[in-house]
Design a protein around this ligand. Sequence first.
Ligand code: F3S
Length: 155
Amino acid sequence: MAFVICEPCVDVKDTACVEVCPVDCIYEYEGLNQLYIHPTECIDCAACEPECPVEAIFPLEDVPGKWQSYIAINADILDTHPASTAVGRSDGDAPAPDAAQPMAASAPASTLDSADIAALRQLLRDLGDKKTTSDDALEEILPLLEKLGVTVTSA
Ligand code: F3S
């Protein structure tokens, strides 16, 4: 988990954060009074933090003590509310395709799940830290590409 949405979002739901998230990891649900950042889909880019007009978004390590409970609130949201029921997701109360969720609207039939994204993120870190070689990294990436329907004829 990288960033957390805290109490100031409650009943505000400005959604400016959603519009800048490059990986579409901020979830909104009809009937719930705040938005949530997916703990493993978030790539820690920090684009959302300055966009929130009520300063509801914090890096995990900077969540104020009085709002520590929001760490679990964000982390556990998908346990009780499937992604597909979120606003703008496949069978949620979807806005027009050209609205705030362009990545969801154009997502392929096969997608990487949160475990795949976490593995890919770790792989990129390992590459950056030179804990793995590009050839070994490619061997791990190829199955993910195939999962997305990409046919690899030679590597
Ligand atoms: Fe909430 Fe701020 Fe996003 S109010 S919806 S965290 S921009």
